[in-house]
Write a protein that binds this ligand. Structure first.
Ligand code: IPE
Ligand code: IPE
Ligand code: MG
Length: 236
């Protein structure tokens, strides 16, 4: 296979519609969706990807019905608890990005435990975006920046500002994959994706599989990433 992205981020969309077309409750789609995360992680590792980030719950998703929100919060907690052994065995470093302090306390504990117990690992990096929204990330970053008396706003660089984002120790995503046919970012990693390649598929997240993932990676391999520069071949 050609060029492999270092960091792939997923907007896991379409769980509800996946369930709806099957006459199932929405939460069944979420349950299936969580199982897909495990499969996709194995494929990412196998193909030499180093970082995978999954958008699991946006800040805006809190405005969904209480029953769906609480189902999801319980699902996340169960997922992390059950999956932690695998992450330790595979030496995967776990991170969570988003406003974690608004999450149920038991989920916060599960997250914190997994973050702390995997800080020494470097084989693979799994990040889950929970209660994440790029706009609130920026506001949070500016708030912390202004608290730092040593910062000189006139000389501020992107490298300085980046340190205040939830993603401070992650490389920018090279490839963002969104399932379910929607072609938008829905407030996900807006600054970090400035030069990311975007890949959209109509498949609903619970049906996303190895074949689809490899197609996306292959497509990425054909993209020319200029990052504002001139392509050498056209520069004669
Ligand atoms: C994505 O699936 C998962 C979350 C946002 C939590 P959705 O729940 O958005 O599914 P659709 O888009 O309604 O089908
Ligand atoms: C984006 O999906 C958030 C996640 C996948 C967690 P949404 O379903 O919330 O996005 P919109 O509302 O279609 O833009
Ligand atoms: Mg959706």
């Amino acid at each position: 296979m050609s060029r492999i992205p270092v960091h792939v981020a997923f907007i896991m969309d379409g769980n509800g519609r996946w369930a709806q077309v099957r006459g199932l409750p929405r939460h069944e789609g979420h349950r299936r969706g969580a199982a897909v995360v495990k499969k996709i992680l194995r494929i990412a590792e196998k193909n030499g990807i180093k970082y995978a980030t999954f958008f699991a719950f946006s800040s805006e998703n809190f405005s969904r019905p209480e029953s769906e929100v609480s189902f999801l919060m319980n699902l996340f907690e169960r997922f992390l608890k059950k999956y932690s052994k695998t992450l330790w065995e595979k030496e995967v470093r776990f991170r969570a990005i988003g406003n974690l302090s608004q999450l149920p306390i038991n989920l916060q504990f599960a997250i914190e435990k997994l973050i702390q117990s995997t800080t020494c690992f470097d084989k693979f990096h799994l990040t889950i975006a929970l209660n994440y929204g790029a706009r609130s990330e920026v506001i949070h970053a500016i708030g912390n920046l202004l608290k730092n008396e040593n910062v000189s706003v006139e000389n501020l660089t992107w490298e300085d500002f980046k340190q205040y984002l939830y993603t401070k120790d992650l490389p920018d995503p090279d490839l963002i994959i969104r399932t379910s046919g929607e072609q938008r970012l829905s407030n996900f990693l807006l600054l970090q994706s400035a030069y990311a390649e975007l890949y959209f598929t109509k498949t609903y997240w619970p049906d996303f599989n190895e074949k689809e993932f490899l197609l996306a990676i292959e497509d990425y391999g054909t993209r020319e990433r200029r990052m504002g520069k001139i392509n050498d071949k056209t520069n004669d």
